[in-house]
Design a protein around this ligand. Structure first.
Ligand SMILES: [Zn+2]
Length: 506
C-alpha cells in the first residue's frame, strides 16, 4: 500500500511512556530513558512529542483521532535487517536441518517448486508475523526469483500488508528442474539474464507511486556466478536508477575455510562496496576485511539465533562494535525460528556477553564491572536506529522523534513479565524481558496495524489453511522428483567441496 491511508489524518497518541535516546549519549554508546509524553502524528509523520498535547490546541480543521496509550510504553518500530519472508511456508520443516541441508533442500530444491501463488501466501503470512512481533520494517532478502511472476507476486503480497519493506529482489540463478530430470549436461540452473532488466523495470514502476512503503532493493548472491564486471555493472545501473539497498549472504567460512569474499568484492571495483550494502552472517571476516567494511561504511546484519543453529558461529555484534561498524539485527529464516526481534536482541545480548565473559574465564580474571562494550544499550540501538541506518532509512524511522514516520510499537506494561519494572529499567527490559505477548498495538506510517493484541485486517485461520495447502502442493510436486532431490544434494556437496569433509554422523 502507499501512505494514502495516513494522508490527511491527525492522530494524538496520549498518555504513554515514550522511549527515547538520551540527547547526551552517542551512537556508539547509546543510553535510553522513558518519559510521559504525547505524540502528534500528521499524515503519518510525528510532528510533536510533548507533554499533554490537547486536541483544542491544534491548528487547522479536520478530524483528530485520539489513541489512549495510558499504561503503555511507546517504542520505535523494530527493524529487521535480514529476513526471508518467502520461507514462512517451511516453518518446522527445517528444525533439525544443518546449514548444508537447509541450502540444498530449501533454498535450491524446494524453492524451485514454488509457484507465484505459494510465494504470495508465504509473504503475507511472514509480513503478518512481522507486524505481530513489532517489526515495522523488514529487509526482505528474496532469492526464490524463479520468474518475473514470482517476484511480482511477492511484492504484490507485501503491498497489501502495510509493512515497510526493503524488498531485495534476487539475482541468483534458480534450479532448472527440467535440466536435472533430463540429465542435460552443464550446470542445472535457469538463465537469469532477465533479472537485471526486470529489477530496473520494477524500480521504474515503484517510482510512479506516492512514497510507497515497499521499496526495491537487490540481493546480490549472484556475484560468484558470473564475471566481476557483471556485478559491478548491475550495481552501478541499480544505483543510477535510485535503488538504495543491496543485500548479500556472506557466510563463507561456515562451509569450509573462508576465502575472504569482502577482499574479493573490493577488488572488483573500488566503488562497488558502500554504505548501501548489507552483508549478513559476516562472522568469518578477517581483520583486513573488517578494515575494508569500516572504511567503505558497509553495513552488516547479525542474525544470532539462526547463525547459532546453522553452524555460522557467533554473531559479529562484538567485532562490529569494536570496529565502529553499523550492524543491524535480523531473524533470517522464519522457517527455522519465530520472527521476534525480542528474541534476536536477547540472543545478540547473550552472545556478546558470552564472548566477553569467555575471555575473562580464559585469562583467569573476573570483571569488576560489566564492560562498556557488553551493555544492553547497543543491542537496543541495533534493533532500532542501527537497523534503520543499515537499511538506509535513518531519515525516516528508527526513533520516536519529530520528523520521523510514525512506526511505533505500544507495549502493555501490565503483563506478568513487565509489571513492577521501574521506569528507569524499562529500556533494558526491552532487551531482557519483553516478548511479543506484551505488544498491544503497532502503527506503521501512522496507520494502526495491530490493536489490543490482534493484527488487523487478516483472518489468521484462513491464512493458516492457505499456508498449509501451499506447503502440501510444494511437497507433492517435489516428491515426484525424489531422484532430482538426490542429484541436487550431491551437486551442492560438490559446489562446497563438502563431499570430502562431511563429519561422521553424531
Ligand atoms: Zn539469510
Amino acid at each position: 500500500m502507499t501512505n494514502d491511508q495516513a494522508s490527511n489524518s491527525r492522530l494524538i497518541i496520549k498518555g504513554g511512556l515514550v522511549l527515547q535516546t538520551d540527547p547526551e549519549s552517542t551512537y556508539q554508546q547509546p543510553s535510553f530513558s522513558v518519559k510521559p509524553l504525547d505524540l502528534l502524528v500528521e499524515n503519518g509523520v510525528i510532528t510533536r512529542v510533548e507533554p499533554d498535547i490537547r486536541e483544542e490546541s491544534l491548528q487547522g480543521d479536520g478530524p483528530v483521532q485520539v489513541f489512549d496509550a495510558r499504561r503503555k510504553l511507546i517504542t520505535p518500530g523494530l527493524i529487521d535487517t535480514h529476513r526471508h519472508l518467502w520461507q514462512t511456508v517451511f516453518r518446522t520443516y527445517t528444525a533439525d536441518m544443518t546449514l548444508f541441508e537447509f541450502l540444498n533442500i530449501v533454498n535450491v530444491f524446494l524453492a524451485a517448486y514454488m509457484e507465484p501463488e505459494d510465494l504470495y501466501i508465504s509473504q503475507i503470512c511472514g509480513a503478518v508475523e512481522c507486524i505481530n512481533t513489532g517489526v515495522t520494517t523488514v529487509v526482505d532478502h528474496f532469492h526464490a526469483n524463479n520468474s518475473p511472476l514470482h517476484s511480482r507476486a511477492a511484492i504484490r503480497a507485501l503491498d497489501s500488508t502495510g509493512l515497510r519493506t526493503r524488498f531485495c529482489a534476487g539475482t541468483n540463478k534458480c534450479l532448472d528442474i527440467e535440466a536435472l530430470r533430463t540429465r542435460r549436461p552443464g550446470p542445472p540452473f535457469k538463465d537469469n539474464s532477465w533479472q537485471a532488466k526486470e529489477i530496473l523495470s520494477i524500480q521504474a514502476e515503484r517510482g510512479e507511486l506516492n512514497d510507497p512503503l515497499v521499496t526495491l532493493g537487490v540481493s546480490l548472491d549472484s556475484w560468484k556466478m558470473g564475471p566481476p564486471s557483471a556485478t559491478v555493472d548491475l550495481v552501478k545501473r541499480c544505483r543510477e536508477a535510485g535503488i538504495e539497498v543491496f543485500t548479500m549472504h556472506l557466510a563463507e567460512g561456515a562451509l569450509g575455510p573462508s576465502d575472504e569474499p569482502v577482499r574479493k568484492l573490493d577488488s572488483f571495483s573500488p566503488s562497488l562496496l558502500g554504505k548501501d550494502m548489507i552483508l549478513s552472517h559476516a562472522n568469518f571476516l578477517s581483520e583486513e576485511e573488517l578494515r575494508i567494511v569500516r572504511e567503505k561504511q558497509v553495513r552488516l546484519s547479525a542474525t544470532p539465533e539462526c547463525e547459532a543453529l546453522l553452524n555460522m558461529d557467533l554473531a559479529i555484534t562484538r567485532k562490529a562494535q569494536a570496529n565502529d561498524i553499523c550492524c543491524g539485527l535480523g531473524v533470517d529464516t522464519c522457517a527455522l525460528t519465530e520472527g521476534s526481534m525480542f528474541t534476536a536482541m536477547r540472543m545478540a545480548f547473550a552472545t556478546l556477553r558470552y564472548e566477553v565473559n569467555h575471555e575473562f574465564i580464559v585469562s583467569g580474571k573476573f570483571p569488576s564491572q560489566c564492560p562498556k562494550t557488553a551493555r544492553f544499550g547497543a543491542i537496543l540501538r541495533d534493533a532500532t536506529l542501527g537497523g534503520a541506518r543499515a537499511a538506509s532509512l535513518e531519515d525516516k524511522v528508527g526513533e520516536v522523534a519529530v520528523g520521523k514516520r510514525a512506526d511505533l510499537v505500544l507495549l502493555n506494561l501490565d503483563t506478568p513479565n513487565m509489571i513492577g519494572i521501574p521506569e528507569s529499567g524499562i529500556p533494558s527490559a526491552l532487551v531482557t524481558h519483553a516478548t511479543t505477548a506484551d505488544i498491544d498495538s503497532v502503527f506503521i506510517d501512522g496507520v494502526l496495524r495491530k490493536q489490543a493484541g490482534k493484527v488487523l485486517g487478516h483472518d489468521l485461520e484462513h491464512l493458516g489453511k492457505l499456508l498449509r495447502e501451499s506447503l502440501d502442493r510444494i511437497l507433492k510436486r517435489a516428491e515426484k522428483d525424489g531422484e532430482v532431490g538426490t542429484q541436487v544434494s550431491k551437486m551442492m556437496a560438490k559446489v562446497f567441496s563438502l563431499d570430502q569433509i562431511f563429519a561422521e554422523e553424531a
